[in-house]
Design a binder for this molecule. Structure first.
Ligand code: TYM
Length: 331
């Protein structure tokens, strides 16, 4: 069975973009792959966090993983910091990554070009930890949204570089992005991706735990255009195209088929249908989420997941350390 690995960094609440771009795919794949899914809590602290809020977000993230349908009997689900080998291999990978490569990472470039002062060195080297997260499990595939592709590319480059230098160490992973929904855009500014760090009174972002009436309101007031024609044209009609993507991703109806149905219907009807689909999805997730919080399943999932992940990660770390000359046999 091939291995698939992914993670979410709950530095805020999980949103519809995380669900469509990532989470729903983890669930879809868990029957056919050895699925390894973790909560990237070390990645969260690359930017300042309030400890109490962070703790709540971590619990919510794992509860939402389970509420969306990840099954701890099928998938290995754990907290990144419970498996210390990630950080140790991350350091080794950092020693095989060039500054030029990190300088080219979009997220770093974006923040530093805006003149953000006080970026942490952890934020700068974050992609090397992410490469470690992936390579330590010999993942064949990494399902992510479009914004993470560049990081998976870096993991591939470093894997190839280290394999060439030391002999076979890592599997070279492939990045998997969905055809529809790999980049869900903000509802209030459809030229920007939907993001938990985007503060536009939160109008652009639907959180998975938003009350349904609030979520519906955000969709009904989504920014569209004045062309009055439902077409999938990301360049000229980004707002409408975003709504079409959301609807298609949640209902599995192809975008063409939706636009055909809308030849003589307006944006109001489209928004209503999108709002119905989003609310139906959120309602299901939220009711399961409440059951999970009360069930004790979070603790058992994390301890079992960490146990299983450590066996794989520690073995890989040992092999890498031996191959690069770090270990001294003591017995
Ligand atoms: P994060 O937490 O920013 O996002 C988690 C997943 O959600 C996807 N995503 C989106 N997809 C579609 N539309 C959007 N608007 C949208 N916003 C986010 C992301 O692409 C991602 O798949 N660095 C990672 C976490 C991570 C990781 C890893 C992922 C750490 N180590 C190893 C895979 C493998 C991150 O910050 O994702």
């Amino acid at each position: 069975m091939k291995t698939m690995l992914s993670g979410v960094k709950p530095s805020g609440q999980l949103h519809l973009g995380n669900y469509i771009g990532a989470l729903r795919n983890f669930v879809a794949y868990q029957d056919d792959y050895q699925m390894i899914v973790f909560i990237a809590n070390l990645h969260c602290i690359t930017v300042p966090q309030d400890p109490i809020e962070l703790h709540t977000n971590l619990r919510d993230c794992i509860a939402l993983y389970l509420a969306c349908g990840l099954d701890p009997k099928k998938s290995i689900i754990f907290l990144q910091s419970d498996v210390m080998a990630h950080a140790q291999l991350g350091f080794i990978i950092g020693c095989h990554t060039y500054l030029g490569e990190l300088n080219r990472m979009t997220q770093f470039k974006d923040k530093s070009s805006k003149g953000e002062q006080n970026l942490s060195s952890g934020f700068y080297t974050y992609p090397t930890l992410m490469a470690s997260d992936i390579l330590i499990y010999d993942a064949d595939f990494v399902p992510v949204g479009e914004d993470q592709k560049q990081h998976v590319e870096l993991a591939r480059d470093v894997a190839i570089r280290m394999n060439n230098r030391y002999g076979p160490l890592f599997k070279v992973p492939e990045c998997l992005t969905a055809k529809v929904g790999a980049r869900i855009m903000s509802l209030s500014d459809p030229l920007k991706k939907m993001s938990k760090s985007d503060r536009d009174g939160d109008k652009g972002c639907i959180y998975l735990l938003d009350p349904l009436d609030k979520a519906r309101k955000k969709i009904m007031s989504a920014v569209t255009d004045s062309l009055a024609s439902v077409r999938f044209d990301k360049e000229n009609q980004p707002g409408v195209s975003n709504l079409l993507q959301i609807l298609s991703a949640l209902t599995s109806e192809p975008i063409d088929s939706i636009t055909n149905r809308y030849q003589s219907l307006g944006y109001g009807s489209l928004k209503k249908e999108v709002a119905d689909a989003v609310c139906a999805t959120l309602e299901k997730i939220q009711s399961r989420y409440k059951e999970i919080l009360a069930s004790g399943l979070i603790e058992s999932t994390l301890s079992d997941g960490a146990y299983r992940a450590k066996i794989l990660a520690n073995a890989k770390l040992k092999l890498v350390q031996e191959k690069i000359g770090l270990e001294i046999e003591t017995q």
